[in-house]
Each structure stands twice: as C-alpha cells, then as structure tokens.
Design a protein around this ligand. Sequence first.
Ligand SMILES: [Zn+2]
Length: 435
Amino acid sequence: MSLRLHAPVVLPCDESCTVVRDAVVDIVDGRITHVGPISSAPAFDGEVRSLTGILLPGLVNTHAHSPMTVLRGLGSDLPLLRWLQEEIWPNEGRMTAQDVGTGMLLGAVEMLRHGVTTSAEMYFHGPELVSSVLEAGSRVVFGGAILDVPGMSWQSLTDDISSWIDSDGLRFGPGERVELAYGPHSAYTLSAAQLSAIAVEARARGALFMVHVAESPFEDEAVRAEYGSVPALLKASDVLGGRVLSAHSVHLSDDDIALYASFGVGVAHCPGSNAKLASGIARVPEMLAAGVPVGLGTDGPASNDDLDLFEEARLAGLLARVSTMDATVLGAARALLMATRGGAAALGRSDIGALEAGRWGDVVHIAADDPAFATGLDAPDSQLLANLVWGSGSRRVTDVWVAGDHVVAGGESTRVDRGEAQAAVSAVAARLRSA
Ligand SMILES: [Zn+2]
C-alpha cells in the first residue's frame, strides 16, 4: 500500500513544531517514508490524495479508561471519593467483559473522530477491549489493571498480563496496533512490595508500568508519612528505571520532579479530569523545564467527559498560565507537542506521535472550513498554531489514517456504525440502571 497525502499545511510535530507549507506525507506499507514540501519531494508511485486543510500526527491519549463510556455522566457533580464509592465502583462491579468491549468500541470511535489515534488504557477484560480497538482501527497501549482489594487477586491479575505478553508478544496486530502493559492501579491499592514485584515482571519484558500517582492531596497520606511521597516510594521499591508512566502526578514536590527527570519517568497530565474532580493543577511548566516527558490524558469518560485530547491541550495551556499568572509559560506549539510527540515519549514510544520517516502512518486531517481559520491558512506560523490549538480544536477533524488505513472519512468511522455503537452503550447503561 502506497499513499501520498498532500495539503497546504503539514505539522510534523518535530521538536520545534515546524509548520511546513504545501507539503506531502508519504506512507508505504503503513509507515511514513517521507515528509516535506512538494517542491522537493521524491517521485511517488501510488495513490495521491489532495487535501485542503492541515495534516498532523494522530494524537496520543496517555491516560484513559475508555470503556467507562457506559458510565458517562454518573455522579457527575460529586467529590472524588463519593463519586467512586456511590456511583463508579458499584456499577463497574456489574460490568461484564462484553460490556467493556461495548464501551471501548464507542470510546475508540469517539477518540478517532477527535483525531486521537492511540490511547493508553488502564482497565479490565483486555481481550474484549483489544478486540474493540482492532474493530475501530485505532491503536492501544493496554495496561491490565492490577489492584489488591477484596474480590481481586493482584497476583493473578499480574500473571494474566505476563502470560499474555509471553504468548502474543509485547506488540502485535495489524500495524502493531496493540501494545500490552502493566496497570498497577496506585500506591493506595497496592503495597510497596507488590508494586516492586510487578515492576520486576514489567522490566523483564520491556513493558510499560502505568500507575496513578498523587492525583488528589489526601489519597496517599499513609505513603507520604512513611516514604515522603509516592515517587519516593517508587524509587525505594526499585520501580523506577524501566518504562514508567505516572498518571496525574498533580501533587509533586521539587524533589519528586527531579527524581522523575533523572529516571525518565513519563507523566500523563489530565487537566480536564483534575479540574472536574477538583484534584488540583499539576506543575507542568516545572516538569517540562526539568526535562520530564509529559503527555496529555483524558482520563475516563466518566470523569472528563468527552475523550477530546485537543480540549486537554487547550486546558493544559490555560491552567498552566493561570496557575503561574504567566501568559508565556505554555504556548500553543508546546501544548500541541504534548498531545502528540510528548505523549509518545511519555509512553516510551518513538514510532508514533510525529510525522517522521520510519514512524507509523497515523495522520489526522483538519479542514480549514471553519471560523477558527478564517484568517487564512497562509497566516504566520504562530497565528496558525494559535488558531488550531486555541480556536478550532478537534471539531473539523474530517479524515484519520492509522498505519495508513483510512479509519475516519467525512468525520465518521469507516469501520463502525456509530449509531449502532451508541445503541449498544445505551442498552448496557439501561441494564446497569435497572440492576
Ligand atoms: Zn485514571
């Protein structure tokens, strides 16, 4: 398969967020082979598609629990603990493996329509979740959730993911759409010794260890009293050193940030969820300045609620600015990079998150037919990036390719009937309500 995409604007999302005019993205056998101005592009033998807007890499959602589309809106105005105890946990307890697949299918379709081609999911029932991702044609890093709570065995949850990796490999599926990972929930649902044992298994397989850290100020009080902080506990438990993704990471000290920088720990910043649940504002400018790889996450659709990573990019910029009272602290380009190559880096992936030769052909097209771009695609680079990040966001995503496969056309999935996916979620929600 050979596909050349040609558009007035291409944003490769390289380190300096270059804007390339009148340019092409070439994809052969799922991977990008060339990106650059049409004037200097090599001869191309394959299908050529001319587009009228902006091409950019598929966005990388570094923290999600997308099957929770079936729980969207529940207890929406409750504080975190009451929300979990009164609404979320009782309903999750009644969800079947098939419900998880149903919820993930709609979540994957919804994300693709917002230009999100990869999501890092921490959840249960991996086989059903992964099969929905493959049906929609998106990409997933699936971290099997691991908790030590009544009714669950942390050891067998850990063994399940280990044996899955040992039989199918760390990455598999068409275009390597699936990566398996470990999802130890947190330092308040697992002991230090358990976290340490899970990290050994993850590191032995080169797998990502994804964990919730310091989301709200009070959840980790016991850990803080004993170790000083959750990052300090992770260090003391020999968890750091492999691929580690720390979700939320709202309440970090200067020492915690320095620790993350020295071990290359990735952070999944979830500004929408943190604001909605009144958890706080993560210290993103300080983390970026220290060299911590920071990506963006939507968190679950019951706590955000729209799985739109462009909105997270906008919020990340706005919250960083208002919390520091400094309008220069996080610009449109940096916010866009956090949603793309920064997210890939936080996941420890160099094969997604940017339009560069060798990476997978995960590409999003945003049409310019929108008031946000009325000042013109030929506006100066900084104005164009501002119009995209602060103005248009995802609302004009028309086409999406994953590993060169056209999975969204005209704003709708090419593979899944969205009406049917929504109806299936309605049926699950009705059953959960009546239980
Ligand atoms: Zn989470």
